[in-house]
Write a protein that binds this ligand. Structure first.
Ligand code: GUN
Length: 715
């Protein structure tokens, strides 16, 4: 028997922590009285009158840590109601984990009016001891007029306060978002539901409602639009639940755009109808000869044997298969979030159905109106994605749609600048651009001899590499994603440079410079130290600019006179200034790890530099190079963080909006004194809202390691 869950600490009840993330996709922990629910997770729908699979078996055999049932169905049936009130919902269902209940809204959508009041159904959910209840929202059907949907959104919002009051913090409550197909109404509904409070209490979870009819008719494009537009106004510190979504094929795309929880009766409904779920679709067993999918439940049988079973046995077996596939795909999605490949998984799954493909293409291409809530949300997803990652980048037609690649490209175009001084000591603008074609990464091996010769010939040459995802300066040749593309590099025509890249060259400040195309030649070469030293310095300056927002002028100043220690394979591993460790280039993804001396130098340069712009309350250098982002922490946290402990959510006073998840940041106190430096683990919005989890993974505390500081920590 699996152990019963341990209740969370009372002070943590209802909190949500993000443990790992890939853009909007996140692995979270929701704190409840029946254990910490790890997300993304699906809650199987359990009808207490028809138990296709017993809840105990969902817990023991399938590993479901939460389920959902309907409080209105229980409330309507006297016997169930009495038992639920007397024994509690967990006892009634024989389920030790998290129990979420719905409120009867779906019944009112299917059967018309229902006879329970807004307060009554919430109080009932409290009385039967559910973990997460749901208020009685108004279902907005896609076929309703705009006026009707407006009314549903308004009425749902009006019911929020009395529902929260009725819950009286005895249970956590779902605050559903309605709005039908209208993006503006979705965004408005999300805002009103997110802001609703009674006393200090707000909703704990926000489900996206009114979408079942979209899924039933495979209108996935509109489904994803509804999710994106709703989430444009949902707070990052509350999980987003997708009501009624249980087809495994949909999980990767929904998770990629931020879904944390799902619930569905699909496993049982499809089983009753003789259908198997798989990651790629639904399969009728009617005339099947062999299994197109697999699970431990069907593997001992042939389709014919299953067809000849009694209806209840067949339904049970197919339901068990469906649950196993569901759990398997969720595990795959969670692993994809860990490895930074959720978007590639969504991309692959999008080929499962033409409607899903349409939805995917709409996300990539359809955000033509930047004012639409779904476009605003997509932009924030891109900004919240770590642009640099060590994993390989499989080449596909959709490669340019991956948010981290879009983010990396936009940072490059915004922040990279052509060098102003050259390896021969001359200064001034470049005289030519050389576009290197046809080599495979690592380019330092395949292209360096040719590049070095070109630089020797004319020092004022900017060398760019023509990659499948666009031009990248040679100084960033080892930076992911450009250096990680996997697949054939093929041949491209010279026209591509003139036509396709003209806009990029213009943005990079190279629009008026003559362009020459070159291919790597196999040639013996001798290392020219002054050229390779200059290129290495360019690499440091460019990475500080692109990844940390440090202006190239400051980058040049602070890297003047640095000394580089190399590996056996001649790659730079540590950079020193005045014999102090300044930074280390990251060999696995081409990023940089600051050391304390580097953090200090950048921090000082920001104090000394002349501010030319203001963002929020901060004076910044300029918008393209606002300086390395800073996180200002609460005085209580200063001694701990200054000694090297991580910055925890809940201790942050403010954070610069240009923080990039996964990239370096500084930690300062309210007077802008350097307290530590580290890698940010959250966006600035999350830093403002979240109360649990690590906000900055600290690399070095900056406070003196003396007794006074240690005493402050120990006390
Ligand atoms: N179940 C499926 N859709 C909905 C919805 O919009 N609201 C509620 N409360 N439950 C649902």
């Amino acid at each position: 028997m699996k152990p019963s869950p341990v209740p969370c600490r009372p002070q943590d009840l209802g909190k949500f922590e993000i443990v790992q993330r890939d853009g909007a996709a996140r692995l979270g922990r929701l704190f409840t009285n029946h254990g910490i629910l790890e997300t993304p997770a699906l809650l199987p729908v359990v009808n207490p009158n028809i138990l296709t699979i017993e809840p105990r078996s969902l817990w023991e055999d399938f590993g479901f840590k939460a389920l959902i049932t309907n409080s209105y169905v229980i409330w309507k049936h006297e016997k169930l109601r009495d038992r639920a009130v007397n024994e509690g919902i967990h006892e009634l269902l024989d389920f030790p984990g998290v129990v979420m209940t719905d409120s009867g809204t779906f019944q009112s959508y299917v059967y018309g009016d229902i006879d329970v009041s807004v307060e009554e159904i919430v109080k009932f959910q409290c009385d039967i001891g559910v973990d997460i209840g749901t208020m009685l929202d108004v279902f907005g059907r896609p076929d309703m007029t705009r006026e009707e949907i407006e009314e549903a959104v308004q009425l749902t919002a009006e019911r929020a306060k009395p529902s929260l009051k009725a819950a009286d913090s005895r249970i956590m409550l779902n605050g559903p978002v309605q709005g039908g197909l209208h993006q503006d109404l979705r965004a408005q509904s999300a805002k009103m539901m997110a802001q609703s409070t009674s006393g200090h209490n707000g909703f704990s979870v926000h489900p996206i409602g009114g979408i079942v009819p979209l899924m039933e008719s495979q209108r996935y494009r509109e489904l994803i639009q509804a999710i994106l537009s709703s989430s444009s106004n949902l707070p990052a510190n509350r999980p987003m639940h997708i009501f009624g979504c249980g087809h495994p094929m949909l999980f990767p795309m929904c998770i990629a755009v931020g879904a944390d929880l799902f619930d569905s009766a699909a496993y049982a409904l499809f089983a009753k109808d003789g259908r198997l779920l798989s990651e790629e679709g639904t399969h009728r067993i009617e005339s099947m000869k062999e299994w197109p999918t697999h699970s431990t439940h069907i593997s001992g049988h042939t389709p014919e044997q299953v067809r000849s079973m009694s209806k209840p046995d067949r339904t049970r077996l197919l339901a068990m298969h469906n649950l196993e596939v569901t759990q398997r795909e969720l595990a795959r999605c969670r692993e994809a979030v860990r490895s930074g490949s959720i978007w590639s998984l969504a991309e692959r799954r999008s080929h499962s159905s033409p409607y899903l493909r349409e939805a995917f293409l709409e996300i990539i291409n359809g955000q033509s109106d930047p004012e639409q809530p779904s476009s605003i949300r997509m932009q924030s997803i891109i900004r919240s994605t770590d642009p640099v990652r060590p994993s390989s980048e499989p080449l596909s037609d959709d490669i340019l749609s991956r948010p981290h690649i879009i983010h990396a490209k936009s940072l490059l175009l915004q922040r990279w600048r052509p060098p102003g001084s050259w390896h021969d000591g001359s200064t001034g603008p470049p005289s030519r651009v050389i576009v290197m074609k046809d080599g495979n990464p690592p380019w330092r091996t395949s292209q360096w001899p040719t590049v070095q010769r070109a630089l020797a010939e004319d020092p004022r040459t900017v060398v760019l590499i023509d990659t499948q995802i666009g031009l990248v300066p040679f100084s960033l040749e080892d930076l992911s994603p450009w250096c990680r593309i996997e697949g054939s590099f093929g041949q491209k025509t010279e026209d591509a440079v003139a036509g396709h890249y003209a806009a990029d060259l213009e943005t990079m400040g190279l629009g008026a410079v003559p362009v020459l195309v070159m291919r790597p030649e196999d040639a013996e070469h001798e290392q020219n130290k002054s050229i390779s030293d200059w290129m290495e310095r360019c690499s440091l300056v460019d990475k500080l600019a692109v990844l940390c927002g440090v202006s190239p002028t400051i980058g040049c100043e602070i890297t003047n006179g640095v000394r580089i220690r190399r590996s056996n394979t001649n790659r730079p591993v540590n950079v020193y200034r005045d014999e102090a460790h300044f930074l280390s280039p990251r060999l696995n993804d081409g990023g940089i790890s600051l050391a304390l001396e580097g953090a200090r130098a950048i921090h000082n340069s920001m104090k000394l530099g002349e501010a030319s712009d203001v963002v929020g309350e901060r004076k910044i250098m300029n918008r393209d190079h606002p300086g390395i982002p800073r996180v200002t922490i609460h005085p209580d946290a200063v001694p701990y963080v200054g000694a090297g402990r991580n910055v925890m959510h809940g201790f942050i006073l403010k954070a610069d909006p240009w923080i990039i998840v996964g990239q370096p940041c500084l930690v300062v106190d309210s007077d802008d004194n350097l307290i530590a430096h580290g890698i940010s683990n959250a966006t600035s919005d999350e830093m403002e809202l979240m109360l649990k989890g690590v906000a900055v993974k600290v690399r070095d505390g900056a406070l003196p390691k003396d007794g006074a500081n240690n005493a402050a920590i120990d006390s």
